[in-house]
Design a protein. Structure first.
Length: 419
């Protein structure tokens, strides 16, 4: 009997691990839109009530991503106008809303006062040393402090990114490097790895149950493969390969497919998540790297954005290791705002999941849930900051006390075996 039970336990654990998927969006500006009175409407034009996080959850989303800057008050006026404002207090409040709603929370450390991406990774202005050891200590201390405050605020992250789109390193100039390990403008991969490992160490210590996501972007697929190959020389201590994929920057789905095949073959133990993606429903940009003529099935319309989403999900479902999909900036919506006094950004972003002019939800918002396999998956309940003492069955039923019967349960976001 004991042997049968252990076999069932092993099968159930494997099934649960394989089945768990995450879908949602990076909603870092949502509080700003709500505070300024943006009017969010559903696809039928009816006002959405009860808060947008609850609405997203009702549409099948189960995860949210939020960025964090060290001191965004030091960002340029241009970057502030693009949405740089997420300091720790802001993120604590938003993170708590996410966790209280029962959703998974991905925290995205930028380790900068402003935007970081393949073209810019400035070191925080308060971190004035050029000594890599001192800077690594800055990363560690800052990460420990932020995570401690988030935990105390009831906003414990489930996923943590120690750096945003770090294909070319981070904390330039000392951490500037090529994906293949080469030095870049005075920076070194060894310095970058030192900063990254300091962040990872802090995450493991403060949030041992969180999964660590290492994010790159796909301007060149060879950059992605070279990066993770080089990184393995320094550390393999992470859980998820995170990718940014935007067709207008990165090309057709065939490019993504080839990269995913390579990553799954090379790193079979790593999960893969698209932590940023999106496509335009209006005003496709003239300066896009890949012109809209390359995507005849995806016109810059509500229907075209929907078809992109369907095609993307169909492709991702062909890859067993892919378990996460996040839409970038889904909450962008200028409807109802006074452009002169209450605007949230200086320019409209028309790849969101709301029409800036009407405030109506786009069809793609309702399609994203189809990334999940709810009809067959055993979903692990997300830890709730208000109820970490609660136990759940594997099918999500909440129990009043610790179970006495033998079996597998969920407690504090972990699978627990009661014998």
């Amino acid at each position: 009997m004991r042997k049968v039970l252990l076999t069932l336990i092993a099968i159930a654990i494997a099934t649960t691990t394989m089945a768990q998927k995450y879908v949602g969006g990076d909603i870092s500006l949502l509080p700003s839109y709500e505070a300024n009175g943006a009017k969010f409407l559903d696809k039928d034009g009816k006002s959405i009530t009860g808060g947008m996080i609850s609405y997203f959850k009702a549409q099948g989303w189960n995860a949210m991503r939020v960025r964090l800057f060290v001191d965004p008050s030091k960002a340029s006026a241009t970057h502030k106008g693009e949405g740089v404002r997420q300091d720790l207090e802001y993120v604590k409040a938003l993170g708590k809303q996410i966790k209280d709603a029962g959703l998974s929370f991905m925290l995205d450390f930028h380790y900068s006062d402003t935007w970081t991406d393949p073209g810019k990774h400035s070191t925080p202005s308060a971190w004035t040393s050029t000594d890599p050891d001192v800077l690594a200590q800055n990363v560690y201390d800052y990460t420990i402090d932020c995570l401690s405050q988030l935990i105390n605020a009831g906003a414990t992250p489930d996923f943590v990114q120690p750096g945003n789109e770090i294909t070319y390193g981070m904390m330039w100039p000392t951490g500037h490097c090529y994906p293949d390990g080469g030095a870049y403008s005075g920076g070194m991969f060894a310095n970058f790895a030192k900063y990254l490992k300091a962040g990872i160490k802090a995450i493991r210590e403060k949030c041992p149950n969180a999964q660590i996501v290492i994010q790159t972007e796909m301007s060149k697929s060879t950059n992605v493969t070279n990066f993770y190959k080089t990184l393995k020389n320094y550390t393999d201590d992470y859980d998820v390969i995170g990718l940014s994929y935007y067709p207008y920057y990165h090309g057709k789905l065939s490019t993504l497919k080839t990269l995913l095949n390579t990553l799954e073959t090379t790193y079979p133990t790593k999960k893969i998540q698209l932590v940023e993606t999106g496509y335009f429903h209006a005003y496709y940009p003239d300066d896009a790297t890949h012109k809209i003529s390359e995507f005849p099935n995806w016109p810059a319309t509500d229907a075209g954005q929907l078809q992109f989403t369907k095609d993307l999900i169909a492709e991702l479902k062909n890859h067993a290791n892919v378990n996460g999909l996040y839409w970038w900036f889904p909450e962008a919506n200028e409807h109802g705002l006074d452009w002169n006094t209450k605007r949230v950004t200086d320019k409209w972003y028309n790849a969101s999941l709301f029409d800036n002019q009407t405030g109506k939800a786009q069809q793609a918002l309702y399609e994203l849930k189809n990334f999940l396999d709810n009809e067959s998956a055993i979903q692990v309940p997300v830890a709730n900051s208000k109820a970490d003492h609660v136990w759940y069955t594997l099918d999500g039923r909440q129990l009043s006390t610790k179970p006495k019967e033998r079996g597998i349960y969920i407690h504090q976001h972990q699978k627990m075996v009661v014998r």
